[in-house]
Design a protein around this ligand. Structure first.
Ligand SMILES: NC(=O)c1ccc[n+]([C@@H]2O[C@H](COP(=O)([O-])OP(=O)(O)OC[C@H]3O[C@@H](n4cnc5c(N)ncnc54)[C@H](O)[C@@H]3O)[C@@H](O)[C@H]2O)c1
Ligand SMILES: N[C@H](CO)Cc1c[nH]c[nH+]1
Ligand SMILES: [Zn+2]
Length: 426
């Protein structure tokens, strides 16, 4: 059974920081990959894809062809297509509500002020595919971009050993209208999107989740391009009272642990016997999972059962951790919602296990990790638009405000600014 941690002794940093052995080295490895692609373009993509994915792009092709997409439709079931379409429609309906409108307001003096919303022109969406392929991440990236009106959406995802992408991934892309797809993953794919290569035109922004290599690469190219957030190895924190079911809690913890060796799953409760029983359940259920090696590594490395004095203290800890996913498994979940300060997404009540959000309900599953939910938000339509301010002063307004504008400019020692006003009103 996993040791139950006492609330007073919790070191929040140790709960949120992930280590892949030598982190300094990891940053260096990623930096090396980025500069290789920047320097050698397609040649580097080919070498790195052979090295990390075992695929020869000269054989498989770098860009997915329409024939591959057509073939993918013959390889998936009708039921799968129907499920993808429903999930896509739910995600679209949810994201449509986020759409902003440009606005303009005219003052009595005739001046017009406003804000225009413009979609980004070319974005790169990363769809994970190293240890598992994620068709659901195609929907979560592409749908808000489509709703925002992005002109060019380019998708990257690591190839399978057979040199192709999973048919389910290609079908999901086609169902969202994404047609420019490259068989590259990891830091090298992020580099291709950020710097451009002979075959991949660079983008304005990169969005999407990925493992530690992808996440560090996004962090390092930020500034060259925009990024959405650091959406790294998955996390779940559950706050539960004694009424929750250990069997269900264990299932929810493992739902995120199975993503990655660096994923984390944490249960906080004032009920010690619930923690003990959940621990036993986790052991029992681990043995049933196809990805048990991954889930076990995550549970042993980053899983935690924390005994809190009460739910209040438990809630404080949740806010300090700022988890990607937060499940409120308590008798009256809505009574606690107002206390949530830091989390990527909140799941309330017994019938809302986290995977409901991963696949289907409508909110986005691309979410900040590693404590960054303190300042990052879930991926949304806003991530794919820019806001441009619009100013049109009337003569009357300029004459009214001239003295004060000039005063402010001169106090900053910026005489040329003041004169740009003065020449119009004197
Ligand atoms: N936070 C979120 O919103 C969110 C959503 C979905 C998935 N995820 C996370 O996405 C991740 C998916 O990970 P994955 O590994 O299955 O797929 P991935 O596509 O993110 O990464 C696979 C790529 O990593 C690179 N790589 C692997 N080992 C390497 C090494 N030793 N050196 C250099 N590069 C290496 C390879 O290029 C490989 O193609 C998981 O961590 C999961 O938890 C997060
Ligand atoms: N839980 C992941 C976000 O951390 C998203 C996902 C995709 N597929 C299954 N789950
Ligand atoms: Zn998941």
């Amino acid at each position: 059974m996993k040791t139950i941690l006492e609330y007073e002794k919790i070191d929040v940093r140790s709960l949120t920081q992930k280590s892949y052995g030598d982190d300094q080295k990891l940053e260096g490895t990623v930096a090396g990959i980025l500069s290789e692609v920047k320097r050698d373009g397609d040649k580097a993509l080919a070498e790195l894809t052979l090295k990390f994915d075992g695929v020869d792009l000269a054989q498989s092709g770098l860009r997915v062809k329409q024939t591959e997409i057509d073939e993918a439709y013959t390889l998936v079931s009708e039921d799968y297509i129907a499920a993808v379409r429903r999930a896509r429609d739910n995600v679209r309906a949810y994201h449509e509500k986020q759409k902003r409108n440009s606005w303009f307001s005219t003052a009595e003096d005739g001046s017009i002020l406003g804000q225009m919303i413009r979609p980004l022109q070319r974005v790169g969406i990363y769809v994970p595919g190293g240890t598992a392929a994620y068709p659901s991440s195609v929907l979560m990236n592409a749908v808000p971009a489509v709703v925002a009106g992005v002109e060019e959406i380019v998708m990257v995802s690591p190839p399978l050993k057979n040199g192709g992408l999973l048919p389910e991934v290609l079908v999901a892309a086609a169902e969202c209208g994404v047609a420019e797809i490259y068989k590259i993953g990891g830091a090298q794919a992020v580099a291709a999107l950020a710097f451009g290569t002979q075959s991949v035109a660079k983008v304005d922004k990169i969005t999407g989740p990925g493992n530690i290599f992808v996440t560090l690469a996004k962090k390092q190219v930020y500034g060259q391009v925009d990024i959405d957030m650091l959406a790294g190895p998955s996390e779940i924190v559950i706050l539960a009272d004694g009424g929750a079911s250990p069997r269900e809690l264990a299932a929810d913890l493992l739902s995120q642990a199975e993503h990655d060796r660096l994923a984390s799953a944490i249960l906080i409760s004032p009920d010690r016997s619930l923690l003990e029983e959940t621990s036993l359940e986790v052991e029992k259920q681990l043995g049933l999972l196809p990805r048990q090696e991954m889930a076990r590594a995550s549970w042993e490395g980053y899983g935690a059962l924390i005994s809190a004095p009460d739910l209040e203290k438990g809630m404080e800890l949740v806010n300090l951790i700022a988890p990607e996913h937060f499940e409120l498994c308590v008798e009256e979940p809505f009574a606690w919602l107002g206390r949530v300060k830091n989390a990527g997404a909140v799941f309330l009540g017994r019938y809302t296990p986290e995977p409901v959000g991963d696949y289907f309900a409508g909110p986005n599953h691309v979410l900040p990790t590693g404590g960054t939910a303190r300042f990052y938000s879930v991926l949304d339509v806003d991530a794919f638009v820019k806001k441009i301010s619009v100013v049109n002063y009337s003569e009357q307004a300029l004459r009214r405000d001239a003295e004060q504008i000039m005063l402010l400019a001169r106090r900053e020692g910026l005489e040329a600014h003041a004169r740009a006003i003065e020449v119009r009103v004197k």
